[in-house]
Design a protein. Structure first.
Length: 63
C-alpha cells in the first residue's frame, strides 16, 4: 500500500486517495469512492484498509 494524495493526470475531477498494488482508490467529485483495477489480493487489502481507516465509506468496485 502506498498512502498518498495525488491528483490524477488523466482527469482533473478525480482524486487518487491511495493505491494497493495495481488497485487504485479514487474519490469522485460527488463524494463517492471507486476502487479500480488490481488483483483479488490487492482488492482484499483495499477492503481491509477501508474498514480500518475509512469505515464510513462505501466504495464501488470497477475493473
Amino acid at each position: 500500500m502506498k498512502n498518498r494524495l495525488l491528483t490524477l493526470t488523466s482527469s482533473k475531477t478525480e482524486r487518487l486517495i491511495t493505491t494497493f498494488g495495481k488497485a487504485r482508490l479514487v474519490g469522485l467529485p460527488d463524494g463517492s469512492l471507486v476502487l479500480r483495477g488490481g488483483q483479488p489480493q490487492d482488492q482484499t487489502a483495499a477492503k481491509e484498509w477501508i474498514s480500518l481507516f475509512m469505515h464510513e465509506a462505501v466504495p464501488r468496485f470497477a475493473r
